[in-house]
Design a protein around this ligand. Structure first.
Ligand code: NAD
Ligand code: WQD
Length: 350
């Protein structure tokens, strides 16, 4: 079953790199493509080192998905059995200020990919959607049946791509597509050799906490402590990156084994909610570092409580998350302490 060729777009990124490693360990042959806009080729080198002998099954191409000719060349050199499509821009705040950048990159990138896939008769796809499509949910846990909405440009690109995938599959039943809605991926590979390395000021909670812990930033701003939650801070469903990567392997097997799949959506989360202050406390325990806090206003567009219903993924993908916040914080800290400046330390720090 694993004797297959998989194209991974955005393969040098945070989720992509961890998934590429697990694909290699599972026995798949992988071609990773990435334009390195938000990532470093060092991530691919580290994945190759971690993969041991399986590194012979990994190739990397620096390609922008919107470059049809370059993408076509990649498809001409390998007959792919499936594509896992991570490549996209993901910063919510930036998307609101630069909508054309986001629509151009995420939509044109995806449409070009789908067209090139069709031209090469590769019609098996796994796409990275997001819990952002649940907006401020009326109730929790969020089930896949909730009607989706978009609170910002980034979220709208996810909704539009989900719709494109549904329309495409309706028009041609040879397409078999799994849309995975991730909740809040955190942590790192237990080796501490690969992890999340955002460029610029981190938008997300865990990379920010990590940068405070290693001394790159003075304090964490807690966005709102007047929510209707146990301690007043926002509640999210944090999922260990290794569990998330594993969810992609489960989805891939589903695509290959279940011929009835048309276009199906699955949540990837743990089903458990954790507040900002609980996450800070768990990180302080794992790292032994104190995280100074500044109580700040709510961040615009943030929801109060978001966590996943995990039933559908359990039933149909036979997948469930194994790790809790202790392991997430342990592995995040291991990565941070081994790589305080991420993959590429600035000159002044090396
Ligand atoms: P990431 O930025 O680390 O990885 C995305 C990769 O795609 C980067 O390496 C980037 O350089 C590459 N890329 C972007 N545009 C490209 C293009 N036009 N051509 C080629 N490469 C391009 O982000 P991530 O956290 O690994 O996220 C992966 C996917 O999962 C994204 O689609 C994101 O929207 C989605 N997602 C992420 C989260 C999260 O919290 N990390 C949650 C839900 C969904
Ligand atoms: C988590 C909690 C913040 C930073 C985002 C995207 C979503 C998905 C995952 C891609 C919230 C609080 C955060 C900080 C804080 N990504 N926080 N101080 O907002 O749940 O989801 O990432 O698809 O689409 O919207 O994640 O990590 O930004 O925030 O207090 O400096 O931490 O208010 O309660 P979020 P997050």
């Amino acid at each position: 079953m694993a004797d297959k060729n998989i194209l991974v777009t955005g393969g040098a990124g945070y989720i992509g790199s961890h998934t590429v490693l697990q694909l290699l360990q599972e026995g798949f042959r992988v071609v990773a493509v990435d334009n390195l806009y938000n990532s470093s080729e060092v991530a691919i080198k580290r994945v190759a080192e971690l993969a041991g002998d399986a590194k012979k099954n990994l190739a990397f191409e620096r390609v922008d998905l919107r470059d049809r000719e370059a993408l076509d060349t990649v498809f001409a050199s390998t007959k792919f059995d499936a594509v896992i499509h991570f490549a996209g821009l993901k910063a919510v705040g930036e998307s609101v200020h630069k909508p054309l950048l986001y629509y151009n990159n995420n939509l044109i990138g995806t449409i070009t990919l789908l067209e090139v896939m069709a031209a090469h008769d590769c019609k098996n796809l796994i796409f990275s959607s997001s819990a952002t499509v649940y907006g401020w949910p009326k109730q929790v846990p969020c089930t896949e049946e909730f009607s989706p909405s978009a609170a910002n440009v980034y979220g709208r690109t996810k909704l539009i791509i989900e719709d494109i995938c549904r329309d495409l599959q309706k028009s041609d039943s040879d397409w078999r597509i799994i849309l995975l809605r991730y909740f809040n991926p955190v942590g790192a590979h237990p080796s501490g050799d690969i992890g999340e390395d955002p460029r610029g000021i981190p938008n997300n909670l865990m990379p920010f906490i990590q940068q405070v812990a290693v001394g790159r930033r003075p304090a964490l701003s807690v966005y709102g402590n007047d929510y209707n939650t146990s301690d007043g801070t926002g509640v999210r469903d944090y999922i260990h990156i290794v569990d998330l990567a594993d969810g992609h392997i489960a989805a891939l097997y589903k695509l290959f084994q279940d011929q009835s799949i048309g276009c199906e959506v699955y949540n990837l989360g743990t089903g458990k909610g954790t507040s900002v202050l609980e996450m800070v406390a768990a990180f302080e325990k794992a790292s032994g570092k104190k995280i100074p806090l500044i109580m700040a206003d709510r961040r615009s567009g943030d929801a109060e409580i978001v966590y996943a219903s995990t039933e559908k993924a359990k039933q149909e993908l036979n997948w469930r998350a194994k790790y809790g916040i202790e392991e997430m914080c342990r592995d995040q800290w291991n990565w941070a302490s081994k790589n305080p400046w991420g993959y590429e330390a600035p000159e002044s720090q090396s």
